[in-house]
Design a protein around this ligand. Structure first.
Ligand SMILES: [Zn+2]
Length: 219
């Protein structure tokens, strides 16, 4: 068991190093939050849904640097007091991810984004009240948009906002589905020659190379 665990840690280390996943096993190869979120249904080291509990959602947010430790512990307390409201947030996000993945399948095949999806995103954006605030950062002062919501629903904002931002960007036409068998990961193709076919060279790309090699050996 100990040996297996050691091998697993080594594998995660290698994948983290090549930018495929973060320490928590969530994929980071999408090119932006919206796509990493779309890919969050799988997680390296786990055979079930990547975000199946509120705890998983907090881990996803923290590992993508969207949530500070102190905010996370406030939300932990919130979960303790009101698990149903937190579970609702998880379910809403998993539903949204399901719909968004269908949109990505369409755009990767060259179809436009449906009006229904734009309307859905607009409705979700309208649920958030926000205000602006100047605050100090490591690099100086910064104008930040703050969401006027302290409950677990605030976790949805950065994700919905980045999906909206994605829809208005040229990343839509650069969206690709990995060419690997049974992979189902999406990414924004920003390679200079535009030829990226795999979610990553360290996983699907390498597997394809090995398979092609074995095929040549057989012939
Ligand atoms: Zn892949």
């Amino acid at each position: 068991m100990k040996k297996r665990r050691g091998r697993f840690v080594a594998r995660i280390d290698a994948l983290v190093k090549s930018g495929v996943v973060n320490r928590e096993g969530f994929y980071t190869l999408g090119g932006r939050l919206a796509i990493d979120f779309a890919n969050s249904y799988k997680r390296v080291g786990r055979d079930r849904e990547g975000i199946s509990s509120f705890e998983d959602l907090l881990t996803f947010m923290k590992s993508h640097h969207l949530l500070h430790e102190d905010e996370a512990s406030d939300l932990h307390m919130f979960h303790f007091q009101n698990p149903a409201r937190c579970q609702k947030v998880v379910e809403t996000l998993v539903d949204l991810r399901h719909t968004f993945r269908k949109v990505l399948t369409d755009v990767a095949e060259g179809w436009p984004v449906s009006t229904d999806f734009f309307e859905d995103i607009n409705r979700r954006l309208a649920d958030f009240k926000s205000y602006h605030k100047v605050q100090p950062t490591e690099a100086g002062m910064e104008l930040k948009t703050v969401i006027d919501e302290n409950g677990p629903e605030k976790l949805m904002f950065p994700i919905i906002h980045d999906i909206a931002d994605f829809l208005t960007s040229d990343h839509v036409e650069k969206t690709r589905a990995c060419a690997g068998d049974d992979c189902d990961l999406y990414f924004v193709n920003q390679s200079r020659n535009g030829r990226r076919r795999w979610c990553s060279m360290s996983t699907c790309g390498n597997r394809a190379k090995v398979n092609a090699y074995l095929k040549r050996q057989e012939a």
